[in-house]
Design a protein around this ligand. Structure first.
Ligand code: ADP
Length: 593
């Protein structure tokens, strides 16, 4: 009777314990925590003196302790599968209970504490496979009773599941980390349009995300069927820093590099180790020359563009290399490298386009400047002789048709002269030095410009209003340039407003800036064209404005002038309603601001 009651109490105790085990193991996704908790429970319940959570890897048949409690020294120990009690538990999939260690043929003295007499090894199984062993030892021979062993077996089942959850969680966390670093890397790579910077960040991103010591980027030239090394990067912390970096500018024929050809043709990455027998001569020599042990060749393939869906180009390859130790590149490593490779290829393509556009821009500006200088004089000469000719022929002798021709020639001349003058003003502003800047009374400047435009406005029956601040606002700068900027904005308001419009000019100050605005109720500009208004030669051509002549230079001059004076210009406009062109400028220090 007493026994039965005792037994029941024990079972109840055990049930309660497992409830807590389940709670605690279920509450943690931390790998180390699962192991610690398991071992802690096992030792407490069995009264063992020491114990270890041993993992078993099927691949290399290795038994290694992950957590060891009760040993005098930290224990990172391995056991032999064929010669240890732990190994026997794995092989037989049975719990091994040993009451007299010394007489067990599989026991090696270094596998336990010297005072240990008894031990138990309980296999941990998950989905029909042994994934580890719980090992416990004690100096008391009869510590491991059947009840104790049964408890450890049940604990092992629970630990296996918790262990699996924690492993999955750890894997997911690693993948999330990988995604995050991929994201950061690709942002870094596409943050610049300058090729040298793209190459540098690309190589660095590959080295850090794949944790390798050396990365080389090579351009691929399809026409010559060769690759050229354009960048090499070594992790600062990589040892063997004495090893030479591959020479920038070295060229290799693809013919001699079947491994690179394979990657270029299949657009798939592929890994090699230096002692692989099938390695090509060239690649082996390259690897030896740079002390490389493992290498991953990554294709740099651009993704299709919105403009050309078919355009998938291999622009080069990245050689991702490890010189410190042998490195196995997993499926995930390769996927990561390929994803980065395509980012790098796109960034390189962008950089190339950017360089091309910039070069064209420079050529264009240069041509324009040369042309305008060279055109101005001959045009002046031609027109003076034309006037002389007309005068000497006597205007009264011309027919109506001839008079119309003359008018057209004059109009064309006028247009050319405006274009040349605008271009030269622009160039002058860009090259003028700030040495000649002075303090300018901006109220006076604005009033004068408004007055100067009254006649032109009257011709179109426009009303101009002017609103000035009570204080005089001062700006440091070039009066001629600023006058030109204001004048261009007013010219435009007059030009791009149908007859009888209202043009409101306002000047005000806020904080340490002045705000200048010209508002009209004219044709306006639709949103999609507003971005480009301030670019050289851009003309918006809204409906109704076809007849208005211009060069598309006025607003780019305004922008150049305002930005050179430390300000900013912008537009608010709606097609068919009107526009407000505004700019702000910093006020000169301490003056009526
Ligand atoms: P343009 O010589 O053509 O006037 P600008 O550089 O001064 O050159 O202006 C660029 C374009 O911006 C003009 O062609 C016109 O389409 C548009 N624009 C400028 N000012 C106005 C305005 N006040 N209202 C409507 N459109 C304007």
């Amino acid at each position: 009777m007493m026994d039965l009651a005792g037994n029941l109490t024990e079972q109840l105790e055990e049930l309660k314990m497992f409830q807590r085990v389940d709670q605690e193991l279920g509450a943690t996704l931390d790998f180390d925590n699962v192991l610690m908790l398991t071992m802690d429970w096992a030792l407490r319940r069995t009264g063992a003196a020491a114990g270890a959570f041993v993992t078993f890897s099927e691949q290399d048949e290795q038994l290694r302790s992950l957590v060891a409690l009760g040993y005098p020294n930290p224990r990172d120990k391995t056991w032999q599968l064929n010669r240890s009690i732990i190994g026997r538990a794995v092989r037989t999939r049975q719990s091994q209970i040993v009451t007299d260690l010394a007489s067990d043929p599989d026991h090696l003295p270094e596998d336990a504490l010297s005072e240990t007499r008894a031990a138990v090894a309980v296999p941990i199984e998950l989905r029909g496979k042994v994934i580890g062993v719980i090992w416990l030892e004690s100096e008391i021979p009869d510590t491991f009773t059947a009840a104790n062993v049964a408890f450890v077996q049940r604990l092992a089942q629970r630990a296996a599941i918790a262990f699996d959850h924690a492993r999955l969680y750890r894997e997911a966390a690693r993948q999330a980390d990988e995604m995050a670093s991929l994201y950061t890397a690709s942002r870094m790579i596409s943050a610049t349009l300058e090729r040298p910077q793209v190459l540098a960040t690309a190589a660095q991103a590959l080295a850090t995300t794949l944790r390798v010591s050396l990365v080389v980027i090579a351009d691929y030239c399809k026409l010559k069927d060769e690759i050229e090394i354009v960048h090499a990067y070594r992790l600062a912390t990589a040892r063997r820093a004495a090893a030479v970096l591959p020479q920038i500018g070295s060229v290799f024929a693809i013919e001699s590099l079947p491994e690179v050809r394979y990657t270029i043709e299949t657009q798939r990455s592929c890994s090699y180790t230096v002692n692989a027998r099938t390695l090509s001569e060239t690649l082996r020599n390259f690897m030896i020359a740079h002390s490389v042990r493992s290498l991953l060749i990554v294709p740099l393939v651009t993704s299709p563009t919105a403009i050309n869906m078919q355009q998938i180009d291999t622009v080069g390859v990245a050689l991702v290399m490890e010189s410190r130790h042998d490195r196995y590149f997993s499926e995930e490593d390769r996927a990561l490298a390929e994803a980065l490779g395509s980012q790098i290829a796109s960034a390189l393509r962008q950089a190339r386009l950017y360089a091309e556009v910039r070069e064209l821009e420079e050529i264009k500006s240069h041509m324009i400047r040369m042309a305008s200088h060279d055109l101005r004089n001959p045009l002046g000469v031609a027109m003076s002789y034309f006037d002389l000719l007309i005068e000497s022929l006597g205007e009264q002798n011309f027919s109506e048709a001839q008079k119309r021709y003359i008018q057209r020639i004059n109009n064309a001349h006028q247009a050319m002269r405006t274009l040349i003058t605008d271009l030269l003003t622009l160039e002058k502003v860009e090259s003028e030095r700030e040495g000649i800047w002075q303090e300018i009374d901006f109220n006076a400047l604005v009033s004068a410009e408004v007055e100067a435009h009254r006649a032109a406005a009257d011709l179109r029956r426009h009303t101009i209003t002017l609103q000035l601040p009570a204080n005089t606002l001062y700006v440091r700068g070039s009066a001629a340039q600023l006058r030109q900027a204001i004048s261009n904005l007013m010219d435009n308001a007059i030009k791009y407003t149908p007859d009888g419009g209202l043009i409101q000019v306002r000047l005000s100050a806020k904080e340490r800036r002045l705000l200048f605005e010209v508002q009209d109720n004219g044709y306006g500009i639709s949103k999609e064209r507003q971005d480009r208004l301030f670019s050289l030669f851009y003309r918006a051509r809204e409906p109704g404005t076809d007849h208005i002549t211009g060069t598309g230079l006025g607003l780019s001059l305004v922008r150049t002038v305002i930005e050179r004076h430390g300000g900013r210009v912008w537009v608010n406009s709606e097609a068919g309603i009107g526009s407000i062109f505004s700019f702000w400028l910093p006020l000169a220090q301490n003056l009526n601001a």
